[in-house]
Each structure stands twice: as structure tokens, then as C-alpha cells.
Design a protein around this ligand. Structure first.
Ligand code: GBH
Length: 470
């Protein structure tokens, strides 16, 4: 019922997992410490003009040194789970060879600190910081990177697997492939659609090889995290049952195939959608798809992690060139956002999350779902009394939690909700000017301040639900 999305009390099932997330390059800093090699994000952020304000992850939240304080904050919030990623170049400086014990030791300390605080670690193996040495050999556009990734995954699991049960192979392969190699807005900053489709396939292959290796090593729970979104026409954003003209439906199908089905169909069904193969064929061809790849990619996994921020709004646009991040979308118009926006300029549409979760539950039965990222950037400041009054973030989170609740009521097998992000951090091409944290970070002093949304979230976790009013 739509009322569930907007009002009333919503209680979550017993055992529902409440968490917060970060990623290595966005928070750790200590870019040259303990043998850490360079990643594609070090190279990219140090290239003038690539990141707003010339910001880099050299220091970030200095979490590498302040992890114990950060875990204490997590404890204050009562988090059940902390989702973090491992920086591959801390484990293998150039992406190959034996593990560096100093890099492993950092994650070892972090995991022990979490467990001592009663917080369950959710470990992501790849959140975009590829060793630069592998990029110089082609990066994800080269097939070998998939094999290197599986070896790296085994090294991390060998050290942490006795204490970490929850393993994610990749965060958002669509972003790695299409913002990294097609639009060039992210590292490595290439603009080559054929390379982007090869990267997408090799990321999937890396996922399959790593999932197989993790399973053989005894990993308890394995997941793939995707950035997915419902693809809607402008009319459908306001009214889910609005009629859709056939030309618009075709635009919607193509964008959805590229965004979601390109990744989940191979991973969960062992096949690419026909419309994706047809687009790949026109962008460099299919020679990189080897016999047996789809069997490797389709490994039994336990969960799909869903990162949701906003719907993707498109309609038919005869004569439109392809969006650079979306090769194959000629004749599609990507519609500008309307209504209330976050500081990223992203529209706030909580119903998009319930639609998305119910759709994934229906199309990919038999795999659990977990929201691994959801959150919003606003221009937060610390008031004189030391408070951060981020009421819009609380309202955003409240609305999206109601959407998650509605999806559970609708039958989706939803295991938990992980907010993006624990901390204000290095927001990729936007640098530090965009703040997603429920904890404010003063990047001059590294002082952390719980925002009002963090205090609200603590109460949500404690009562396992949201009240009548946020
Ligand atoms: C996530 O990615 C990341 O996992 C996280 O590290 C990051 O900090 C967080 O979200 C906030 O940005 O239509 O071509 O312009 C963001 C997912 C998917 C959001 C693509 C922007 C627009 C693509 N992104 N989306 S396009």
C-alpha cells in the first residue's frame, strides 16, 4: 500500500541488519604508507582537472590511523554491520605476487576492532582502486586483470576469512566500466566504448573467478554489489501506473539492459541480454567473450547488494547521440532531474527503491537482497552549539527506509540496510565538497561530529524501525 511509504510506523523483521558503509580510497589516506602501491585513483586525482578542487585521497579521513576512533563511533551508533573495502594496492603494490603483510595487518586490526565492538564486518574486495601497474597493462579492458583479481581475493580471504563471513567481490561494475572507460569521469579516465564493454565483461569474469575461489576457501556469504535503479519515463516518476508509449518503452528497455541486466543476467542466469550483445557487437565486437566465460561468471552467490540513489529517467529522443557513459543509447533522451534534489543534483524519489527491490526480487528469484548503499549529499555545517542539523538527510533516509519496508511487505527477501556513508569523505570526481556522511568530518582538523541524522539512525537501529514522524 502506498501509505506505507509516506506515513505511520514501520517495524522491520527480527534479525534485519543495520549498517553503514565506506570505501578504502574515500577514507583511508596514508597513500604511501606500509608499502601501499599507487592505484588508478592516485594517478587520476593527481592529474589536473580530473577532480573538483584538485582534491586527492592522499589524506582523506585519515582513517588508516584513526580506525579505532571510527569504530568507537560505530559502536555509539549501535551499528550491526560495517561495510568497508580493501585497497588492493595495500595488499599487492603492483597487483601481482605475494601479499604485503603490512597491508593485511591493517585490515586485520580493523576486523579485530570491529569484532571487539560487536560489529559484523562486510568486506568488499574491489571498490575502484585498481593497482596502477595493472592499468598500465590494460586494466579491466584486459582479460588478465580478472585472473589477477581472483588471486588477490584469495590472499585477502586467507588472512581474514577466519573472522569475516560476508564477502563482496565488486562494487558497482557498471561504474568501473562505463564511468572509467566510456565517459572518463572516473579513473582511469578513458573514453573508449569498446574498452568499456570489454571492461564490463572482465569485471564479471573477475567476479566469477573470485566467487569460485572464495567459495572453495570456505567463505560463508558471497555477494555482488550493483548500482541499479528503476528506469522510468518522466510521467512514471510521478505516477507509477502512467501509460508508456512504445518508443519510450524501447528506450527504457535498452537503458535497463545496459544498467542492470548486463550484470545480473550473466551473474545470476549465465547469459547476456540480446540487446546488450547487439550493442557490444557494434562497439568493438564480441571477440573478448570466450567459451566457458558465462559458466564462470554464473557462480552461486548468496546475495545481491543494491546501491540505490535515484531512478534513471529516460524517454525516446530521435536523433539524440549516445550519452558518453551509455554507449548504445542513440535516440534516447536522458531527462534532467525534477523536484527536490540533493547537493549532487540527484532527484529524491524513495518510491524508486521499493520498485527496484520488488523488480529484482521478481526477476532474480532465489538470491537474497541487501541495500548496500543509500544516502544523500547535502551542504552540512557544524552549528555553534556543535550540532549538524541535517534534517533533509534524515528525511531522505526515513523515506527510503519506508520504501525498503514496503518492499519487504511486498515479499522481497531483504536482509538489511547499509547507509552511505558513515563519514563525509572523498566523493570521487566531486572531491570533498560533497558530504554523504551521517558523521561530519572537518578535513582540516579530522574532527568527527555525529550529525542529527546519525543520532536519528541510532534510534532507528535501537527500535528496529521508523516512527510516525522522522
Ligand atoms: C556510489 O556510486 C559509490 O559506490 C560510492 O563510492 C559513492 O561515494 C556513492 O555512490 C555516492 O556517489 O547517468 O551517467 O550520470 C555512485 C553511483 C551511479 C551515481 C551512476 C551516479 C549516474 C550515472 N552512481 N549515477 S550518469
Amino acid at each position: 500500500a502506498p501509505s506505507l511509504l509516506t506515513e505511520g510506523r514501520a517495524d522491520f523483521p527480527a534479525g534485519f541488519v543495520w549498517g553503514a558503509a565506506t570505501a578504502s580510497y574515500q577514507i583511508e589516506g596514508a597513500a604511501k604508507e606500509d608499502g601501499r602501491g599507487r592505484s588508478i585513483w592516485d594517478a587520476f586525482s593527481h592529474t589536473p582537472g580530473k577532480v573538483a578542487g584538485g582534491d586527492t585521497g592522499d589524506v582523506a579521513c585519515d582513517h588508516y590511523h584513526r580506525y579505532a576512533e571510527d569504530v568507537r563511533l560505530m559502536g555509539e551508533l549501535g551499528l550491526h554491520a560495517y561495510r568497508f573495502s580493501v585497497a588492493w594496492p595495500r595488499i599487492q603494490a603492483d597487483g601481482t605476487g605475494p601479499a604485503d603483510p603490512r597491508g593485511l595487518a591493517f585490515y586485520d586490526r580493523l576486523v579485530d576492532e570491529l569484532l571487539a565492538a560487536g560489529i559484523t564486518p562486510y568486506t568488499t574486495l574491489y571498490h575502484w582502486d585498481l593497482p596502477q601497474a595493472l592499468q598500465e597493462r590494460g586494466g579491466w579492458a584486459d582479460r588478465d586483470t580478472a585472473h589477477r583479481f581472483a588471486e588477490y581475493a584469495e590472499l585477502v580471504h586467507a588472512r581474514l576469512g577466519d573472522r569475516v563471513a560476508h564477502w563482496t567481490t565488486l562494487n558497482e561494475p557498471w561504474v568501473s566500466a562505463f564511468l572509467g572507460y566510456a565517459s572518463g569521469v572516473h579513473a582511469p579516465g578513458e573514453r573508449d566504448p569498446a574498452a568499456a564493454f570489454r571492461a564490463a565483461h572482465h569485471l564479471l569474469l573477475g567476479h566469477g573467478l573470485a566467487a569460485r575461489a572464495l567459495r572453495a576457501a570456505g567463505a560463508r556469504e558471497i555477494s555482488l554489489v550493483v548500482n541499479s535503479a528503476p528506469v522510468l519515463t518522466p510521467a512514471q516518476v510521478a505516477d507509477p501506473s502512467a501509460p508508456v508509449a512504445e518508443a519510450d518503452a524501447e528506450a527504457v528497455r535498452r537503458v535497463d539492459a545496459l544498467l542492470t541486466r548486463q550484470f545480473l543476467d550473466p551473474a545470476l542466469r549465465g547469459e547476456y541480454p540480446a540487446e546488450v550483445l547487439e550493442i557490444v557487437e557494434r562497439h568493438g565486437g564480441l571477440a573478448h567473450l570466450a567459451d566457458g566465460d558465462l559458466e564462470t561468471i554464473r557462480q552461486p552467490i548468496d546475495l545481491v547488494g543494491v546501491n540505490y540513489y535515484n531512478p534513471c529517467v529516460v524517454e525516446s529522443g530521435p536523433g539524440e547521440p549516445a550519452n558518453p557513459a551509455w554507449p548504445g543509447t542513440e535516440d534516447v533522451r536522458f531527462c534532467p532531474a525534477e523536484g527536490p534534489l540533493t547537493a549532487m543534483g540527484w532527484p529524491i524519489v524513495p518510491t524508486g527503491l521499493s520498485r527496484l527491490l520488488l523488480r529484482l526480487a521478481a526477476d532474480y528469484p532465489g538470491v537474497g537482497l541487501i541495500v548496500t548503499e543509500n544516502g544523500a549529499a547535502f551542504d552540512d555545517t557544524v552549528d555553534e552549539d556543535g550540532r549538524v542539523r541535517d534534517t533533509r538527510r534524515t528525511a531522505y533516509l526515513d523515506g527510503h527506509l519506508r520504501a525498503v519496508h514496503a518492499a519487504i511487505e511486498g515479499g522481497a527477501d531483504l536482509r538489511g540496510y547499509i547507509v552511505w556513508s558513515l563519514l563525509d569523505n572523498f566523493e570521487w570526481a566531486e572531491g570533498y565538497r560533497r558530504r554523504f556522511g551521517i558523521v561530519h568530518v572537518d578535513f582540516g582538523t579530522q574532527r568527527r561530529t555525529l550529525k542529527d541524522s546519525a543520532l536519528w539512525y541510532r534510534d532507528v537501529i535501537q527500535r528496529n524501525g521508523v516512527l510516525e514522524k522522522a
